[in-house]
Write a protein that binds this ligand. Sequence first.
Ligand code: ASP
Length: 146
Amino acid sequence: TEDKDFEDHKYGTVGCVAIDLDGNIVAGTSTGGMTNKKYGRIGDSPIIGAGNYANNETCGISCTGTGEYFMRTLAAHEASNLMQYQDLNLAQAMNKVIAKIGSLGGTGGMIGLDKDGRVAWDFNTAGMFRAYKNSEGENSVELYEK
Ligand code: ASP
């Protein structure tokens, strides 16, 4: 690929979102951070609301990408708010937030599921490795186009 950001990010971050039978949603994000980051930099991944967020009333989301933009937009929480207060579904909410991040110059994506267990993701890079499995036995592994 010619997408330098994608090259830089493709090994970095692992995110996970899950929901249990009682509707409890969890999200986790683990990362090595940005390539060549400043010593001591803390990215968006451990910041609840920025790179990571879960709310039983809306969704769980885990993000990857240029963390400064996910922090500036409070990306994961912003998507949840769009669902809660603007009645967008998860895919629409993610799409709005990723578009905003793109307009600011950021790259990356997010995975998530809503309170009914529906899976969604969005990204503005060439690809984002992702997979899901649900209790109906469906599962999927995807790499590039949405
Ligand atoms: N979001 C992470 C950070 O900015 C990096 C990544 O997702 O690859 O630290």
